[in-house]
Every structure is written in structure tokens, then in C-alpha cells.
Design a protein around this ligand. Structure first.
Ligand code: SF4
Ligand code: SF4
Length: 198
């Protein structure tokens, strides 16, 4: 979750000691659609989420807002008022950093490499296609190529440069950011949301 002081021009310099919010200032992958389709909301959060511009959706009694988060602009635009899931969420890299299982500089290097891979995929995505839409298209393409007839023929004809770039990016996310059981998310039909499990 990206704190608002990310605009600090020194934000890219690794801190002397592990601090999750410092690492998050360089990242934002859990806000921009790279990792999640949406964020679950508790029922009592819906009104505040609407007031904060998160465009909450309530379906079958469950509430969420979709990603890319409408309040993400490189930083969290509502950091003091962000929803509970956003406050609680920690990716696997951040957890390892906080447990001292990864060096601070290594964690920064992993975030920088993830951003490089994301940028490489962005560069060959469709014009105006955001990371959330790109990830959904990539998942459809993989399912189509593995013989899922529910997916359209168009999804088998994606630009191979983009397919390779998205695959490299998502395998890197699998390796460093996602829980192991969420690997191979591309072949699952169920949209992945930021839940309370962190
Ligand atoms: S993906 Fe992890 S490191 Fe990046 S902003 Fe989210 S919690 Fe922080
Ligand atoms: S409200 Fe949006 S920008 Fe802020 S932490 Fe949550 S997902 Fe990220």
C-alpha cells in the first residue's frame, strides 16, 4: 500500500533499516491492477469508499472496488482513509522484509526489476490498456492457448512480444510477491481480489 510521501525525491534510496512503507513507495503493484482485480470491502465501509471515490460495487451482498484503484496516482490518494484490506495487506516480499528474511537492498532491487518488467509489458500492450485490463487479456490468452474453448479466437492471436513480456512479469510476481498457492492464477477463471488473508 503506497503512502503519500512517495513524492519524496529521495524515495528510491534504500532506507538504513527495513521499513515496509519505504519499500511500498517505490512499488504500488498491489494498487495498479498488476496483482489484483479488486479489493474486498466490509459492508460498513461501502459508504465511506463511495465518498472517497473508490466506486464500490455491491453484488450478491459482497462489496469491493475494482483495480486499478481509482485513487492510485503513483501514491495512495486517500492514505489516511484507505480501506481495511489496504491497511492489512502485505505481499510476500514485504513480509519477508519485515521478518528479516531478505536484505533491504535486495527487496528494493526486486521491486525495481518488477517495475522494469511491468514497463516492458506496458510498452507492447494495446494503446491505452491499463495493467488490470492487460492482465485479464493475458489470462484469457493463456487459457485460449491451452485449449479452453470458452475463450475467443481473438485471444489466441495476441502479439507474441506482449505475451512473452506479460508472462515474464507475472512469473516474477509469482516468485516474489504472490502467495505460492496463488501461482498459475492465469489458468483460473475466478478473479483474484485482495482479501483479508494478506
Ligand atoms: S506489492 Fe508489496 S511492496 Fe508493493 S506496494 Fe504492495 S505491499 Fe508494498
Ligand atoms: S485505496 Fe487504492 S491506492 Fe490506496 S492503498 Fe487501497 S488500493 Fe492502494
Amino acid at each position: 500500500m503506497v503512502p503519500p510521501d512517495a513524492i519524496d525525491p529521495l524515495a528510491s534510496a534504500p532506507p538504513a533499516s527495513p521499513a515496509g512503507s519505504d519499500l511500498c513507495r517505490d512499488c504500488g503493484l498491489c494498487c495498479d491492477g498488476s496483482l489484483f482485480y479488486g479489493v474486498d470491502l466490509a459492508g460498513e465501509e461501502v459508504e465511506a469508499a463511495a465518498a472517497n471515490g473508490l466506486d464500490p460495487i455491491v453484488e450478491d451482498g459482497a462489496a469491493q472496488f475494482r483495480q486499478p484503484c481509482p485513487r492510485f496516482c503513483g501514491v495512495c490518494g486517500i492514505y489516511p482513509d484507505r480501506p481495511l484490506r489496504c491497511r492489512a495487506y502485505r505481499c510476500e516480499l514485504l513480509k519477508r522484509l519485515e521478518r528479516g528474511q531478505v536484505e533491504v537492498e535486495s527487496a528494493y532491487a526486486i521491486v525495481a526489476e518488477a517495475q522494469r518488467l511491468a514497463g516492458a509489458a506496458d510498452a507492447v500492450a494495446l494503446p491505452g490498456e491499463g495493467r488490470g485490463a492487460a492482465r485479464q487479456r493475458w489470462e484469457r490468452a493463456l487459457r485460449a492457448m491451452t485449449g479452453d474453448r470458452a475463450e475467443s479466437r481473438a485471444d489466441t492471436q495476441a502479439d507474441p512480444r506482449w505475451l512473452l513480456a506479460m508472462t515474464a512479469f507475472n512469473y516474477y510476481l509469482d516468485r516474489h510477491f504472490r502467495k505460492p498457492r496463488r501461482h498459475r492464477v492465469a489458468l483460473a477463471h475466478k478473479p483474484e481480489t485482495m482479501s483479508g488473508e494478506g
